[in-house]
Write a protein that binds this ligand. Structure first.
Ligand code: ATP
Length: 223
């Protein structure tokens, strides 16, 4: 079913979220205090309106309570972002996602009613750092502080070897849960006798430290 989202603050982050939600066929209301920004968004979202989100009446008038999710992406003005979340919570919005500039800001946003707090710059920086340290790692999902699921591009030196040959589980305590081929086809729970092909990506689950050990494939150089 079509979902209704409102995005408050159409800076780079808010605008990108609003656009992505709209392009995925959701109904998106964009709200910003700046008229120029609203003009630019007329064709990018379902509706774009000028309003100050720290004004309770304006939010009430657009029926903000009826939206499934409201995303608060007011940048530098922490006071305005906090006050906006307070008002949304007061008005009974069930799902409030708020962008925080730092940990303290995030803590306050959670306390005053944000259901989810996101730290886009920090998260992107961590992802990029992770990728820089392990270039074979294509993507990852953090399951907890210690465990994750990661996609690792296999180096050409293990093409032609099987999972059994590589003995990954015994060596690293890491489980290969799927293999994605170059043509995007997947082998879920691959057969241990599967022979790796060029450009395969293995999707593994395990401890971060152990996955990192596997991802540099040092042990396999002389085999
Ligand atoms: P990004 O990195 O995502 O671009 P930013 O830190 O540059 O974020 P800002 O430009 O500070 O973000 O703010 C985001 C948007 O929020 C701006 O377009 C600004 O006009 C809008 N905004 C600020 N205060 C309010 C408010 N009280 N009500 C509605 N919109 C607001």
């Amino acid at each position: 079913m079509l979902k209704q989202y409102a995005v408050i603050g159409l800076g780079r982050f808010g605008s990108a979220i609003a656009r992505a939600l709209y392009e995925a066929n959701n109904e998106v209301l964009g709200i910003d205090i700046n008229e120029e920004i609203i003009d630019e968004h007329q064709d990018i979202v379902s509706h774009a309106i000028i309003a100050d989100s720290t004004d309770e009446t304006s939010l009430k008038n657009v029926g903000i309570r009826n939206f499934d999710t409201v995303i608060v992406s007011i940048g530098d003005n922490m006071q305005a972002s906090i006050l906006t979340v307070v008002i949304l919570h007061e008005l009974g919005v069930k799902h409030i996602v708020a962008k925080a500039l730092n940990k303290h800001h995030g803590l306050v946003l959670s306390k005053v009613g944000a259901s989810e707090v996101v730290y886009p710059e920090r998260d992107m920086a961590l992802r990029i750092a992770h990728k820089l340290m392990s270039p074979n790692i294509i993507d990852y999902i953090e399951l907890s502080k210690e465990y994750s699921i990661e996609e690792i591009l296999i180096p050409s030196k293990i093409v032609g070897k099987s999972l059994i040959n590589l003995n990954i589980r015994a060596r690293y305590n890491v489980n290969v849960i799927a293999i994605r081929h170059k043509n995007e086809e997947m082998e879920i729970a691959p057969d241990p006798h599967y022979i790796f092909k060029d450009h395969d990506i293995m999707i593994v689950i395990g401890k971060n430290k152990e996955i990192k050990g596997l991802a540099n494939f040092k042990e396999f150089i002389n085999e």
